[in-house]
Design a binder for this molecule. Structure first.
Ligand code: UDP
Length: 403
């Protein structure tokens, strides 16, 4: 219930949302991405759609379907947009379009506003019927591999507007662009308060000791999340401080590389009993919540990152966080206040040791982090922003203040 957010989120967000929803009630708002499970986009949509429906908006969420070839291509596309030297040849672009064409035939694209998430379904714009169409880019496109963004732009430029998570990601597209960082839901199973029994239950099931420091990174098994770098940092720390490392992840249906990366990580961890690699089933929200609460220090040592919801999730739980200084992580971590930003394995090891050796400092930063998330990265702020963009696009050319 939307009223359950009162007292948790900033009051101004609630007021703003209600005012906008009065204007948009009864209209339809369609979201499309490429997976129902795994990764940040699905995480947000599954919480946001019911809230919008409760606000009187006819909100829907559909996914496009594809085969292995399609998702191999889109993963390559994703990687090259984040800077990897991958080539997408004409045949691959053609197949990308072809699969979207097939999806367009099956999907009901009739809506007042359509938000297309990420590159996988971007070609759907070619099948627009009516309404406002917005392309929402969640990935780190600060420095794509040469020519790749220009190629994808054939689709992006046809939209009415684009939304990026971070100012650095915006490009010259000739359409309106907005900066809207993602958010977390404080009432979801992933983030709500847990009882001591619930936390204990997870601790016992994963056989985690109550009396040893735990370093945690929760991520899909993706090279850009740098799981190997995390193990290297842990090994440096381990020479001086006792601790355990937990690397937890689960598969995403639109990420075909997960298995191979998991294997690499398992091999690299070798037989160290203090490195726990947990392959969680999809929708392990309560366990992830508990792991984040059990952790002494939370890492998100990404090398590229669209936003990094896991950072806000940990900060919301009052945890000291260490993140790679990339993509959306510096929006969340104000270096030295709400956590530490790092640029190397050595930097990560140094900051982990600082948190382990100065628990009062860790607690102080954790407390500040929670307030920072409250003011900036809760779901009501993102709903407010989406509705504002939709409303402003519907009234392009009018003076909004007079409406
Ligand atoms: N997540 C999850 N299970 C996992 C790993 C991650 O539910 O095994 C969640 C995580 O808690 C976060 C989201 O997936 O909510 C990941 O979002 P993020 O922005 O950190 O990264 P992305 O996967 O979108 O690149």
């Amino acid at each position: 219930m939307i009223s359950n957010y009162t007292g948790i989120v900033p009051g101004s967000d609630m007021l703003f949302i209600r005012k906008l929803a009065e204007r948009l009630a009864g209209k339809s708002f369609l979201h499309i991405n490429s997976t129902k499970a795994g990764g940040g986009v699905a995480e947000i949509l599954q919480r946001m759609i019911p809230i919008m429906v409760e606000l009187g908006i006819d909100a829907r969420w559909d996914i496009i379907e594809g085969d292995d070839r399609f998702f191999d291509i889109t993963k390559k596309l994703h990687n090259s947009l984040q800077g990897s030297p991958e080539t997408i040849n004409d045949d691959m672009w053609e197949y990308h379009l072809e699969v979207n064409k097939r999806n367009a035939k099956k999907l009901n694209l009739d809506a007042d506003a359509v938000l297309i998430h990420d590159p996988q379904p971007a070609p759907l714009i070619g099948f627009k019927q009516r309404g406002v169409w917005i392309w929402r880019c969640h990935i780190d496109v600060a420095s794509p591999y040469k020519g790749i963004f220009e190629n994808l732009s054939r689709y992006c430029t046809q939209y009415d507007a684009a939304i990026f998570s971070v100012a650095k990601f915006t490009r010259s597209l000739g359409i309106d662009q907005f900066i809207i960082p993602p958010s977390i839901d404080p009432l979801s199973d992933k983030n709500r308060d847990l009882s001591d029994e619930e936390i204990h239950d997870t601790r016992v099931r994963f056989n985690l000791p109550p009396d040893r420091p735990i370093i945690l990174q929760i991520s899909r098994f993706d090279r850009f999340k740098d799981p190997i770098g995390v193990i290297q940092a842990y090994r440096m720390v381990k020479k001086y401080n006792d601790c355990l490392l937990v690397l937890a992840g689960s598969p995403a249906t639109d990420d075909p590389e997960g298995e191979a990366v998991l294997k690499e990580v398992q091999e690299y961890a070798s037989d160290d009993p203090d490195i726990r690699i947990l392959m969680l089933p999809p929708f392990s929200d309560r366990d992830i919540n508990a792991l984040q609460r059990i952790a002494t220090v939370v890492l998100q040592k990404s090398l590229k990152e669209g936003f990094g919801l896991t950072v806000s999730e940990a900060m919301w739980k009052g945890k000291p966080v260490i993140g790679g200084a990339v993509g959306g992580i510096p929006l969340q971590i104000v270096h030295g206040l709400t956590g530490f930003l790092v640029h190397s394995v050595e930097g990560a090891a140094f900051r982990i040791r600082q948190f382990l050796n100065y628990p009062e400092m860790a607690e102080r930063m954790g407390t500040m982090g929670r307030e920072y998330v409250r003011n900036n990265f809760l779901i009501t702020r993102q709903i407010r922003d989406y509705l504002t963009v939709w409303y402003s696009q519907e009234h392009k050319g009018s003076n909004l203040l007079e409406l």
